[in-house]
Design a protein. Structure first.
Length: 115
């Protein structure tokens, strides 16, 4: 129901854009988010965006990553610029109710940044 894509291998300083298509799920209003999990670490929030377009970013990615959403297509994007080796992780998209407890996870996409 949540299909993430766009991961890959990139050199430090490079860019990638992740996409997550949400199908068959209706949660209104909702928050779309990207999380990441590096080996041996807990999953952490990278960025999220509400139905109204309000965004929130982890301090570690502010100024480098941009989250956006296309409500008509039900897709959320994560533009990642100036990538660093510490950004290496599996990135997961997440959809949750803005005022509720229901949520869904995508399958994850690997991002590897080489130094």
């Amino acid at each position: 129901q949540l299909q993430a894509s766009g991961g890959g291998l990139v050199q430090a300083g490079g860019s990638l854009r992740l996409s997550c298509a949400c199908s068959g799920v209706i949660l209104t209003p909702n928050v779309k988010a990207w999380f990441r999990q590096a080996p041996g670490k807990q999953r952490e929030l990278v960025a999220d965006i509400t139905s109204g377009g309000i965004t929130n970013y982890a301090d570690s990615v502010k100024g480098r990553f941009t989250i956006s959403r296309d409500n008509a297509k039900n897709i959320v994007y994560l533009q990642m610029n100036s990538l660093k080796p510490e950004d290496t992780a599996v990135y997961y998209c997440n959809l949750r109710q803005e005022y509720g407890l229901r949520y869904y996870w995508g399958q994850g996409t690997q991002v590897t940044v080489s130094s």
